[in-house]
Design a protein around this ligand. Structure first.
Ligand code: SME
Length: 165
């Protein structure tokens, strides 16, 4: 059982370090990838404040297909190159969007979202999907969040067999 006691007293960096500890605990105690990704999304949503959506899209052919997430129901499929998520896949680059309302082609699954960060999930040369976080606050995501979310995905990559999700 995950304990979040005292988290409100932590700095953001302490929270993000704790998030990685929780993830390691989950991944080292369970082998099922679906369970692990479900709780990975839940860990992010529980620990990072000011989020309205956190989850995964998994690449299937030319489309990202909705994976495990926390938040309101979201778009089922996003084509490569479309929206913030599809752009992260097309460019193989992190997308940190201060104000999604100014991002051409942003896909508004939840109208509460005002900023977004998307970390592509890449091993070697192969893109397997993305980790997507949305916030109602403009400019919610900085280099600090990016640093720890990259570590979060790197940790997932050690355990998850993305080709079988
Ligand atoms: N806003 C994303 C779509 C996914 S939702 O945020 C969950 C995008 O533009 O790709």
């Amino acid at each position: 059982m995950i304990k979040l006691n005292g988290i409100e007293k932590m700095t953001n960096e302490q929270k993000y370090k704790y998030m990685l500890i929780l993830l390691e605990g989950q991944l080292s105690s369970e082998k099922n990838d679906l369970a692990n990704l479900s709780n990975a999304a839940a860990i992010i949503k529980a620990v990072m404040d000011k989020l309205n959506w956190a989850g995964f899209y998994i690449l299937r052919g030319n489309a990202l297909v909705l994976g495990m997430f926390q938040g309101l129901p979201a778009c089922n499929r996003i084509e490569i190159g479309k929206g913030v998520c599809g752009t992260a896949v097309a460019t193989k680059a992190i997308q940190c969007i201060e104000n999604v309302n100014e991002f051409p082609g942003h896909i508004a699954c939840d109208s509460a979202s005002n900023s977004e960060i998307v970390i592509p999930i890449i091993i070697g040369d192969i893109v397997y999907g993305v980790l997507d976080l949305d916030s109602p606050e403009i400019g919610r995501f900085s280099k600090l969040e990016e640093k720890y979310l990259v570590k979060f995905v790197a940790k997932l990559n050690q355990y998850i067999d993305w080709s079988k999700i």
